[in-house]
Design a protein around this ligand. Sequence first.
Ligand SMILES: Cc1ncc(COP(=O)(O)O)c(C=O)c1O
Length: 399
Amino acid sequence: MIPRRRIDIGWADVADLLRGIGDSPFDAARLVGEFEARCSVLLGGRPVRATASGRDALDLIFEGLGLRAGDELVVPAYTLGELIVRMQNRGLRPVAADVDSETFTVTPASVARAITPRTRAVIALHVFGAPCDIRGIGALAAGRGLPLIEDCAHAFGARVGGEPAGAFGTAALFSLEVAKPVSAFGGGLLVSANRELHGVAAAQLAQRRYSPWPVTRKTALKCVEELMVRSPAYGIAARLMFRDKGTGGFERLYRGLHDRVRPVDVTFSGFQARRGMRRLAGLAMRTGELNALWAQLAAGLPPGFLPQSRARHGEPAAYNFVARYTGDISQLRRRAQMMGLDLAIHGEVLDDVAAMLGQTDCPGAAKVFAQAVAIPLHRGIDARRLQRIVAILAKAARS
Ligand SMILES: Cc1ncc(COP(=O)(O)O)c(C=O)c1O
């Protein structure tokens, strides 16, 4: 089975994990400060705060911007549905801006259409690491006097006109989750040049307790997951789950493993900082390698697949390979799974947030959601596996 993702974990991480258990809160704070400073250098010099997750960073940005119940927010129509639920739980009112069906990103025109007199902020997403037209959207937001939040959850390492993604908006959030370009086994970053916003975030983060245990447990669980995914038993189990048409069990297993541990009340740990710094050091190399693999896979796709157009507005980061498939996508997924290729489709990729909100004016997002298929592309894919992926896709699309 070619799994849809591979967790990069090595002995150095295991050693750091053990070291992290012995860190005092003081050691951890020093390491986290060092990690934040290194991120800041890579992200254009703006101050950076490490947070519990990307979602946590977004919540802190909302607090820092003083958004209140009833305020409207323009959000991408194709993004993570859980973000919308979180906004609604705060009483915010998300309004979806449609996405382009080739880049899967929001555009200045679609954002302009979603702005109303009640809009208080705009969120733009560099989806799957592909930069959106952040300059155009930034100019629009500035013209309307609206803060721009750059969602860089997928985009550590992306660049626009030579500047890093995350350096354009009023504030940006990054995710350091397991499969993200810079993974610290969870965590996030808040990036902003706005001192007041940082002040509000710092006051909240200072309330958190220090404990190395939640991330230690999570990392141990991820190691077990990785062993499972690499073992032949995984392929057999996945095939069994796909024998009938119901894929619910498989999806639940995947989401369950992914979502189980997401601590919110603890500070970023010393282990996360050490791991994060190691990932930063190798980021440019990994981005180059994965982008080269990306181009090879895109060039080899059989007819019926339309890969995301990623480089229209800048240099992409290395994250998921997502294409639109114009045939029967459920059949494609089932057949590919039976042949040993673990594809993700529909809500396993991202969500049609416009549909969630009951909006019918976002045809781009509806199309992308219905047709999106994520094809495994990670550092476990060598030339031989790449050939196998292409061959399976061709066969699954034909049969
Ligand atoms: C588009 C987008 N924004 C924000 C987040 C939140 O990041 P986290 O999982 O670290 O909370 C994610 C998570 O994958 C995401 O896909």
